[in-house]
Design a protein around this ligand. Structure first.
Ligand code: G3P
Ligand code: MG
Length: 229
């Protein structure tokens, strides 16, 4: 089954606006909104006390010695410097009228717990999370169960051979691909099959324009101040 792709904005702030403020922070939400973004992308994973928090990498700190999953949300906020809870981020995004593409970082064991806890937070901030994405099919399948009303995007660095089956299996309406692996022919094929395509990470406005001309709906950028039309 193919889900209807959502109406994507042309520009999505990557990790908030990672070229303008620290990634996945409340400051990044403000930077993205100030640069003209309608949506931001944020990465979510679970702390040791099972609180969804914003963090891209599996570990925190310069030496990457401490997995996020081994620290409580309070420790992450205190010791590791401004790791925000998803709850706080969605409240701030709501105040700023930013839509959120939430990327599930499912590289720790309990994907279902991560998605279930994320879903509970998402439900507490109605109409803020516009899209849920992930590289992991199990995370998207869990999102389909726990947050069925929010559309899904399947992340693929490069196209899988059987990408149509993969996207259909999780009823995602959008394919999100890495720049450098997407081609005009792929975009055309995806669109013919009824999917929207978004591309990360695009910091050059000329490249963004070329991708939009190919039919790419949205680009993720660290520099919305440069890329927002
Ligand atoms: O969601 C697009 C992009 O954020 C995926 O890659 O590694 O930046 O989370 P990454
Ligand atoms: Mg991401």
């Amino acid at each position: 089954m193919t889900a209807e792709p959502p109406d994507l904005p042309r520009v999505i702030g990557h990790r908030g606006a990672a070229g303008l403020a620290p990634a996945n922070t409340l400051a990044g939400l403000h930077a993205a909104a100030g640069a003209g973004c309608r949506w931001v992308e944020l990465d979510v994973r679970l702390s040791a006390d099972r609180v969804p928090v914003l963090h891209h990498d599996r570990a925190v700190g310069a030496n990457t010695g401490h997995p996020v999953a081994t620290r409580t949300a309070a420790e992450l906020a205190r010791a590791d410097g401004s790791v925000a809870t998803l709850d706080a981020a969605l409240a701030e995004a709501g105040r700023l009228r930013l839509g959120v593409n939430l990327e599930i970082k499912a590289d720790d064991d309990d994907v279902d717990a991560l998605v279930a806890r994320t879903a509970a937070v998402v439900a507490g901030a109605p109409n803020v999370v516009e899209l849920i994405s992930g590289f992991c099919d199990a995370a998207l399948a869990a999102a389909r169960r726990h947050v069925p009303a929010v559309p899904r995007a399947l992340l693929m660095q490069r196209p899988r051979v059987s990408w149509q089956d993969s996207v259909s299996a999780v009823a995602a309406g959008t394919l999100t691909m890495a720049d450098g692996f997407v081609t005009p022919a792929f975009v055309a094929a995806a669109r013919r099959a009824g999917f929207a395509v978004s591309v990360y990470t695009v910091n050059d406005p000329e490249r963004a324009r070329a991708l939009w001309e190919w039919g790419v709906s949205a680009v993720f950028t660290d520099r919305p101040d440069r890329v927002c039309p």
